[in-house]
Ligand binder design. Structure first.
Ligand SMILES: [Zn+2]
Length: 288
């Protein structure tokens, strides 16, 4: 539960911002065209009223250039951490070695789970990361990744946290899919109970978790997990990648790969694009 970011705030805030931006853009282009004597006959009277009510384009009178606003995430640094790696399966000794996890030691990395049909979590997380990265970069963000292919090993969970710290990221997101009980359904977002970044980073991570939860539920239609967490949120003390972070960071379990219904969705490229669009919206909302 998070009073700071209830579900309703996301829907109203994000939707109204997008609509406002679109009206502004349409008005600016239409006004520029009219000024240049380029009125189009397929515009209905309704459109004309819409345009007249919009803001004036900036620039000198008579200019034919529409203003181009800065992209929504211009100047922001976002770390996207694709969970696991395709080469982990063949290098178990390497990923089994223990590393600092924030006051205790834990395995460097794990192989991750897979669907009953054999679609591996590492491939899933890498695909979603590629899709999300393209959207974030189009929004003007500087995106930093923790891995660049799906056939290598690691990096270890402590190194994944270090990538975000070194980049002084405005926000960091680890992407995973769960290997829960076969009858368990839905997604959840993990956030840290304690962090290297202290209470400020913890509070920011809690807000990021709620924002990701709201955007993901709204954008994908998947429900919050019915087998773990509370209303899609899961406070953790055992996640090295979260514990060691000095920047706002959460971990999203996009669904349960061991559940037939979730697995069918996660295996669909169309659904993975919906995931990416939802997460892009989450960052826009969180960093606005
Ligand atoms: Zn995982």
């Amino acid at each position: 539960m998070c009073a700071a970011s209830p579900r309703g705030r996301y829907r109203v805030g994000y939707g109204s911002r997008v609509i406002g931006k679109r009206i502004g853009w349409v008005a600016a282009v239409a006004a520029a065209l009219l000024a240049a004597g380029c009125g189009s006959d397929h515009h209905t009277p309704g459109h004309a009223r819409h345009v007249a009510a919009g803001p004036e384009p900036s620039g000198t009178a008579g200019s034919t250039r529409a203003p181009s606003p800065a992209p929504a995430l211009h100047g922001r640094v976002i770390v996207v951490d694709a969970g696991h790696n395709g080469g982990n399966f063949q290098h178990t000794r390497q990923i089994d070695r223990l590393v600092d996890a924030g006051g205790f030691r834990k395995e460097c990395d794990t192989t991750g789970t897979e669907t009953a049909a054999g679609y591996e979590e590492a491939a899933f997380t890498f695909d979603v990361t590629k899709r999300l990265t393209a959207l974030l970069r189009a929004d003007g963000a500087r995106v930093v990744l923790t891995r660049h292919d799906n056939h290598s090993v690691g990096p270890c969970v402590n190194e994944r946290a270090a990538v975000g710290n070194k980049a002084h990221a405005d926000a960091a997101l680890s992407i995973h899919a769960d290997g829960g009980p076969a009858d368990g359904h839905g997604f959840h977002v993990m956030y840290p109970a304690t962090m290297s970044g202290g209470k400020k980073a913890q509070a920011a991570s809690h807000r990021l978790a709620a924002t990701v939860r709201d955007a993901y539920r709204h954008g994908t239609g998947l429900p919050a997990a019915d087998y773990i967490g509370t209303d899609g949120l899961n406070r953790r003390t055992d996640m090295a990648g979260l514990n060691l972070s000095t920047v706002p960071k959460v971990l999203l379990e996009c669904g349960n790969m061991r559940n037939g219904r979730d697995a069918a969705k996660l295996s669909s490229p169309t659904f993975r694009q919906r995931i990416a669009v939802s997460l892009d919206a989450a960052f826009r909302d969180y960093l606005s």
